[in-house]
Design a protein around this ligand. Structure first.
Ligand SMILES: *[C@@H]1O[C@H](CO)[C@@H](O)[C@H](O)[C@H]1NC(C)=O
Ligand SMILES: *[C@@H]1O[C@H](CO)[C@@H](O)[C@H](O)[C@H]1NC(C)=O
Ligand SMILES: *[C@@H]1O[C@H](CO)[C@@H](O)[C@H](O)[C@H]1NC(C)=O
Length: 622
């Protein structure tokens, strides 16, 4: 059952004696035959088909092989049920996002805005089905071209939304008839965003926006990000800007941002906390984001305060603030708006105001809160900091955390210093583990990259010492690590300068490494894989999960539901890499066949019981 990938992997992993050149030619020819011979193959062929002669044979491998074959025989004998493929969903579900069915939420009694919130129990799907792509769906353009131009058939947007789009972060235009163009880096189309970014930097006392990073601003939560143009600009300045916006049935900001290859997820300010720990972001930004900040006794501002790191910034651009504030002159300072009144109470200082833009800075001093006179906002009782859509809390969070480090006190390098790492030490990671983890992921990524480059392989096989092959011909841009641990895969991608961003997901019942991931400047979120992920269909190019299957076997939910959800969020021709123990992988392989993925098991050949399952989602056109 040698698959071609296996041979390739062994070449890359194996030693390099001079004889390897001969071997290489031999293996390449075999692999070429195997690639063409199995181009129409499904799961089964790759296991049972062409026996390629063993090159690195040893006893242990043979024994393992026997185990794999045993599994294969057993699952085959389980019979026809295994081969039954899931049906495609009806056309109306093309843009289906579970958990946000307003009609159903109203029916069970949610009101006062809560019907727009995430309620997963209410909208459980009856029969499982596979969400199909729209009729005129096309594979996105490759990064970075895909950042500025997308296929209009890939997103759900109405003509009206198009015509009304006009605010700075929401500009776009129709090119030809099936493409949409956005702000472009070279400023040819719109340059409002660059001016805006420079203005914010200057208001913060910086020379230009290229100084954000040095000033400690590395991660930005962009609420209601328009179509992501501000975030796209921040990304070009080496910042991580994560867009969140409420679920929108059409013209969704999150769907458009993701289609452009920009970090985004559905999230809202209604009644619950966002699934990030406290002290997560260096800046929270809202430009006409539609949130009424002075409502609900300031609960939304308290949520922003919870998310902000000490010394972090809240940037608000809003026309509604204009008539109040200091624009009317210093004489009226005593007439504070409710917003100004509240921000003072929670130790934010208004450091600048210009036109419609206000910038507050959160205090760097955790004692500030208790020293404020007549402060009726208490400090929160601190516990395990892994909030998963908990109710908003009327208190100040994070003050007793070890992670209370002002952003201005950060080390200037892009790596965590050992002092910054130590903060996580007690419950998370030692510097040695951390270093080993990065080395492990760097070599693992090299292997993954080679696995994902089948076309290159048949065109010109990689020789020992060659440069890494080009990215797979399908663009890889939006990557999700479904069980991210320390964010090692993300770190390896960055070290290798791959043009991807990673959504690092920490499962609710895994070790809570999310604070570390966020402190590294990566995008990350807490998630329960027994529930749907808050994103639109077809928004990720690659899903990766190391050890997730084993973790899920102890969960209350069915593995099949997780796979159907993965299929929903994966774009056509997107990839899945699962790494796990041999038993879990065999189970997953059966599921992959049911949801029509092309799947191959890869043996890591180091004598462990770890296997990879590499899958590709087919492009179903009807
Ligand atoms: C939303 O819920 C209503 C009422 O339960 C149901 O009729 C409808 O099919 C649901 N819509 C979707 C897209 O699931
Ligand atoms: C941050 O740096 C300042 C100046 O170097 C220092 O006085 C302060 O104690 C530091 N704060 C923390 C929490 O490390
Ligand atoms: C084999 O490799 C896997 C992944 O590359 C790793 O997790 C495992 O520890 C290795 N096992 C041995 C025995 O080296």
């Amino acid at each position: 059952m040698r698959s071609p990938w296996l041979n390739k992997l062994s070449l890359i992993l194996g030693p390099r004696p001079p004889i390897s050149w001969l071997l290489l030619c031999f293996v390449s020819v075999l692999a070429l035959i195997a690639v063409f011979g199995s181009s129409s193959s499904n799961t089964f062929d790759s296991v049972i088909s062409t026996p390629v002669p063993e090159i690195y044979t040893n006893y242990r491998r043979l024994k393992e092989q026997a185990a794999v074959d045993y599994f294969e025989l057993r699952t085959l004998s389980l019979g026809a049920s295994r081969q039954r493929e899931l049906e495609l969903c009806v056309k109306e579900r093309e843009n289906y996002v579970p958990c946000y069915n307003v009609t159903a939420n109203l029916l069970v009694g949610f009101k006062d805005g809560e019907e727009f919130d995430r309620h997963c129990d209410v909208s459980r799907l009856g029969k499982r089905c596979l969400v199909r792509p729209p009729k005129d769906y096309k594979i996105p353009l490759r990064w970075p071209a895909g950042r500025d131009v997308i296929w209009s058939g890939n997103v759900k947007i109405t003509k009206d939304q198009f015509l009304s789009s006009g605010s700075m972060t929401k500009r776009m235009m129709l090119l030809e008839e099936n493409q949409i163009a956005f702000h472009s880096e070279d400023g040819l189309i719109f340059d409002g965003v660059k001016d805006y970014s420079r203005q914010i930097a200057e208001m913060m006392g910086l020379g230009s926006d290229s100084e954000f990073f040095q000033a400690g601003v590395r991660t930005v939560l962009d609420i209601g990000c328009g179509f992501g143009s501000f975030g796209a600009h921040l990304l070009s300045l080496r910042l991580m800007a994560l867009c969140i916006a409420a679920y929108e049935a059409t013209g969704s900001q999150v769907q458009l941002a993701l289609e452009r290859g920009l970090p985004a997820m559905i999230g809202n300010f209604i009644s619950r906390q966002l699934p990030y720990p406290s002290l997560s972001f260096d800046m929270v930004h809202c430009a006409q984001c539609g949130i009424l900040w002075d409502q609900k006794e300031g609960m939304f501002l308290l949520e922003v305060d919870r998310l902000l790191k000490p010394g972090g910034y809240f940037v608000l651009t809003s026309a509604t603030n204009k008539p109040h504030g200091s624009a009317l002159g210093a004489k009226k300072r005593d007439m504070l708006t409710p917003l100004e009144h509240f921000t003072e109470k929670i130790c934010w200082s208004l450091i600048a105001q210009q036109d419609e833009t206000f910038i507050w800075q959160k205090t760097a001093d955790s004692h500030c809160y208790s020293s404020r006179m007549q402060n009726d906002v208490p400090l929160c009782k601190e516990g395990y900091d892994a909030p998963y859509y908990q109710a908003l809390m009327p208190c100040i969070a994070g003050t007793s955390s070890k992670r209370w480090i002002p952003i201005q006190n950060r080390s200037s390098s892009s790596h965590l210093s050992s002092a910054e790492l130590e903060v996580h030490g007690k419950y998370c990671v030692s510097p040695e583990d951390f270093f080993d983890d990065l080395q492990f992921w760097k070599s693992t990524l090299k292997n993954y990259w080679s696995l994902l480059t089948p076309l290159i392989f048949s065109d010109h096989p990689k020789r020992p010492g060659d440069e890494d092959p080009l990215p797979p011909f399908n663009m890889l841009r939006n990557v999700m690590d479904m069980n991210a641990h320390y964010g090692g895969l993300n770190a390896a991608f960055m070290e290798e300068r791959k043009s991807v961003w990673v959504m690092n997901v920490v499962p609710v019942r895994a070790r809570n490494t999310l604070p570390l991931i966020l402190d590294r400047g990566f995008a990350g979120v807490l998630h329960d894989w027994c529930e749907p992920f808050p994103t639109y269909p077809r928004t990720y190019d690659l899903l990766h999960a190391n050890g997730l299957l084993s973790l899920l076997t102890s969960e209350r939910c069915s593995l099949m539901d997780v796979f159907v959800e993965m299929d929903r969020i994966l774009r056509p021709e997107g990839w899945v890499i699962l790494a796990d123990k041999v038993g879990a992988i065999e189970l997953a392989r059966a599921q992959a066949a049911q949801i029509r993925w092309d799947a191959r098991v890869i043996d890591l050949q180091n004598g462990s019981d770890q296997r990879l399952l590499v899958c590709q989602k087919p492009f179903v056109r009807k």
